[in-house]
Write a protein that binds this ligand. Structure first.
Ligand SMILES: [Fe+2]
Ligand SMILES: [Fe+2]
Length: 319
């Protein structure tokens, strides 16, 4: 834990950065650019369409390791999603190539040890890229679907959470190899030290990124899942009714439709028989077939079916 202060909406952004300049990397991922003068956190967040509570949850975790925020409900999933996506772009497109260039400058790439170091770094990069691509291709689309109320399948945030770990064994190995075994001349030594320093920084960034995912993102998605499960109950009922009509509507015969129309107008079997000039037994047979085809048995269910599928006008229905 580096600082004890928990930052709040009314604090000036510049004072947060003075306390911890690592925060600069996060600001970019939130889409907040420099040049914000003396504005407070809240003002800057509002200017940039970032949810202030979520911003502070991430910032307090990154700076203080503080993840005990009381209110998962207030976390904005779109803000988090945007932040994580932008963090991936920052890391993959900027940070990884940046360190590679530094590394290439500080070692002798024609030397066999140098070749191996670069090889190890490239393997590390591939591993991280794979990790982040998985999140982008599986986790984020799932969360987007959840937000739009159309998540399907077995995938849940628990599936992600159980196996989520940031792979950085290769980077640890790389540092040890450089520190312990890399022969260096005076000219290269300063460069190599600076590169090592950046690699350490890099590692810390990645571990904080994983913590934001585990301690802020995962709880927020868990909550979203709970909410969507609740609204699914209502949705399922209407989709069941609608599906019955959609999939089997064409299979109903003309006569069966007539029976439904008569039924929803409140007619009894005898009345339907007279109305359609058929026997009561035939009406009963039609009703049995309708129930089998639509999987709808109750008069109320048939009424809904008839309205949804345009067999009757709502005004003609006897409620
Ligand atoms: Fe990630
Ligand atoms: Fe991750």
């Amino acid at each position: 834990m580096k600082h004890q202060k928990i930052y709040e909406a009314g604090d000036k952004m510049i004072s947060l950065i003075k306390d911890n300049y690592d925060l600069l990397q996060s600001l970019g991922s939130f889409g907040i650019n420099l040049g914000f003068g003396d504005k407070t956190v809240k003002e800057i967040c509002e200017d940039n369409g970032v949810d202030t509570y979520t911003f502070l949850a991430v910032v307090n975790l990154v700076i203080n390791g503080y993840s005990d925020f009381d209110n998962d409900e207030q976390l904005s999933v779109p803000t988090l999603l945007h932040y994580l996506e932008a963090s991936h772009v920052y890391y993959l497109d900027f940070q990884l190539p940046f360190i590679r260039r530094e590394l290439a400058e500080s070692i002798d790439e024609s030397d066999s040890l140098g070749i191996l170091i670069m090889k190890l770094y490239d393997e590390y990069s591939r591993e991280i890229r794979r990790h982040m691509m998985y999140e982008e291709q599986t986790l984020f689309p799932y969360v987007n679907a959840l937000l739009e109320g159309r998540a399907a399948g077995d995938y849940t945030i628990e599936t992600f959470s159980k196996t989520h770990e940031e792979a950085s064994e290769k980077l640890k190995e790389l540092k040890i190899l450089i520190i312990k075994y890399m022969p260096s001349d005076v000219r290269r030594n300063n460069q190599l030290m600076a590169t090592l320093h950046d690699i350490y920084n890099n590692e810390e960034w990645l571990s904080l990124h994983a913590q934001v995912e585990d301690k802020v993102f995962v709880p927020a998605i868990r909550r979203l899942e709970r909410l969507s499960r609740r609204s699914d109950v209502t949705k399922n009922i209407s989709s069941m009714v609608f599906k019955g009509g959609q999939e089997n509507g064409d299979m109903l015969s003309e006569r069966e439709r007539d029976v439904i129309v008569a039924l929803v107008q409140g007619m009894a079997n005898k009345e339907i028989a007279d109305h359609l000039c058929i026997s009561v037994n035939t009406v009963i047979t039609h009703r049995r077939n309708i129930a089998r085809k639509l999987q709808i048995h109750s008069p109320a269910g048939l009424t809904i079916y008839a309205i949804v599928n345009g067999l009757v006008d709502i005004s003609a229905v006897k409620l």
